[in-house]
Design a protein around this ligand. Sequence first.
Ligand code: SF4
Length: 375
Amino acid sequence: MTTAIRYAYVHVPFCRHRCGYCDFTLVAGRDDLIDRYLMALEQELTRVVQPLSIDTLYLGGGTPSHLGPDGLRQLFALLTRRLQPAAGAEVTIEANPLDVTPAFVAAVSDCGVTRVSLGAQSLAADTLANLDRDHCPADVRRATERLLTQGFTVSVDLMTAAPGQNLAAVERDLEAITALGSQHVSVYCLTWEQGTAFASQRRRGLLQPVPEETERAMFELAIDRLSEAEFEHYEVSNFARPSGRCRHNEAYWDCQPWEAFGPGAARFDGRTRTTNHRSTTTWMNRLLAGEDATGEVDSMTPEEAARERLVVGLRRRAGVSRDRFAAASGFSIEQLAGEPVAGWVAAGLAEDDGQTLRLTRAGLLVSDSLWAAVL
Ligand code: SF4
């Protein structure tokens, strides 16, 4: 363990129910496991021998807010023994809008949270129902207002290409979301993950994906409307008003080393990614038996690490500075991906002024299909 690590992620794997599209590491309707989870987390945190002074702490899930005000106070009490937010640190918690009660707001304020990421997904009742969500548009509005009034930075997730959604519905959602006053919006297109209820309903013809051209048009609409509302598009899926960027994710995209705790959580030391066991119960049982809870270890060669650095860097709108990339990775972009990059520039998918390589809007729209040539 190195004290140079300044970023930490904690996975809280509890949800009220599992949404039909979700394949995250979590247990739904198993609140009986919360005490054991906290004990296992305390055990895992003993890996940190010297308390770490950290610049960002991110609680994701699952739904961390599902622990409730008392559970969150317990969680932070044990986290901050080993992970100590430095002055001015960004401390984020993901929350279901339904959980954002006055007692929740008081608890997270006492615990030093500075930023709340709301799993809103939509502000249309029919889209929320189609996405299997348990909150309604009024819950999102109430939660955002409550948090902004108390001085939190608020991020709102928006889902596009939901079943039954058309371009006009996305337009209405964008109008409603930009009116909320949040400092940050993340836009994700629904993906049909294997093993989810949605994937099986799709196989049986009960759900239909949105056509690919509509999906792209929805994303372009999001870029346009959010830019008009003074959100800076700073990463493929992320938009921020001034000072609203997520510093924690920026550290990921800079390939900084980070710590991570909880089932399925992946930590990174600059070269090796170590992922905990994805099963919440296996992770807990192993730790409570004094065993190692590692699931997978992915050790990259310097070249593999450099290729990954290039891909995550290109997800950012600012692109990749050739000099900084070479200094950080030990490789030039030409060495790793000269040919594909030249092809992207020729096709209008990227622009290159000799110093910085960045994707164009056309490139962003197909970015997922570009990475295989680099990796
Ligand atoms: S609330 Fe979020 S994490 Fe929980 S099941 Fe739904 S999508 Fe997955």
